[in-house]
Design a protein around this ligand. Structure first.
Ligand SMILES: [Zn+2]
Length: 313
């Protein structure tokens, strides 16, 4: 099911105009509120009106190291009183915190409903939430997304044996959470229960875990891509023909080693610019994910760009 017909099957010219408009608002906001981005933009553009999708590549890439140095408060564009939630994001090079306004959380929840509905979640679903929300903030997004859809939503206890018990006793039909936690529960379930659908939040490159997941669950598996620094689960999801990027919320580029955009089909790094994020907008965030982009309409009917992750080896 296509959850958001306004944006997921939008005419590409209209989508481009929407992105241009949202980028202009984001740039205006950053020019006024962000010392970090204003300095970078003033060095490259005459004024905030000069920045567009066509010349956005004049901006340098924002890297994880920039966030670790500046975030959260150095990148905050709203007063702290309007920040409704802060997530602490784990990372190989250190922890970092990301701030969200009420508007950010509302948009995030809507984005999460897209893969959940695409994967068949509905009001009849009884959904077990596998991930601890403090450890994995994406679990919170999935929880709210499931409730918006009207599914019966059950945060599962941390203890794996109690999770197994809950899956059987409460007739859970769907599980959602991080792919690591779902694999762990899959091993403990050992084929028991009646799980028809699995919604797995993953990072690009978790292919081995996806294969393992498929051996553990007989039901349909929906893969949801999280890019923590940009927003988390819901940035993109795999319809089976590639990762559909939520382009109404993110402008996607694939770039070469110099940060220059490359053509569709050419391998490079995925770079994302947030178009609706309020508290901590990011311009040209270097995700570190390698692959190719295509803007052709997908067999599933969606018109949003698809990203294909480069396979290692
Ligand atoms: Zn598709």
């Amino acid at each position: 099911m296509i959850a958001n017909r306004e944006f997921e099957i939008m005419d590409r010219n209209a989508l481009h105009a929407l992105q241009e408009d949202r980028l202009a608002k984001t740039v205006r906001w950053l020019w006024e509120k962000s010392d970090f981005y204003r300095t970078l933009m003033q060095e490259r553009y005459d004024d905030e009106k000069s920045v567009s999708l066509a010349n956005l590549s004049m901006m340098p890439l924002t890297r994880r190291a920039d966030l670790e140095k500046e975030a959260p408060y150095g990148l905050l564009t709203f007063p702290i009183t309007t920040v409704e939630r802060i997530h602490i994001l784990a990372g190989q090079s250190g922890h970092l915190a990301a701030c969200y306004t009420n508007g950010d959380i509302g948009k995030w929840m809507e984005l999460v409903t897209r893969p959940l509905l695409a994967g068949g979640m509905n009001v009849t679903s009884i959904v077990g939430m596998v991930s601890d929300y403090g450890v994995n903030p994406d679990g919170l997004a999935l929880h709210y997304g499931a409730e918006i859809i009207g599914a019966t939503t059950i945060p599962l206890p941390a203890n794996i044996y109690r999770q197994v018990e809950a899956v059987k006793k409460l007739s859970i039909t769907a599980l959602a959470g991080s792919i690591e936690d779902l694999v762990q529960l899959g091993h403990a379930l050992y084929g028991r229960g009646n799980v028809e659908r699995v919604f797995a939040v993953m990072r690009a490159g978790d292919d081995a875990l996806v294969e393992e997941l498929a051996t553990l669950y007989k039901g349909k598996i929906t893969k949801i891509l999280a890019v923590d620094e940009v927003m988390g689960a819901g940035v993109a999801f795999d319809c089976g023909n590639g990762w559909h990027i939520a382009e109404d919320a993110f402008f996607a580029e694939v770039v070469d080693a110099d940060g220059e955009p490359v053509e569709d089909g050419t391998c490079g790094q995925l770079v994302l610019t947030t178009l609706v994020r309020e508290a901590m907008p990011l311009i040209r965030y270097a995700t570190g994910i390698e692959g190719t982009l295509t803007h052709e309409t997908c067999e599933c009917g969606r018109t949003t760009a698809r990203f294909h992750v480069k396979k290692n080896g």
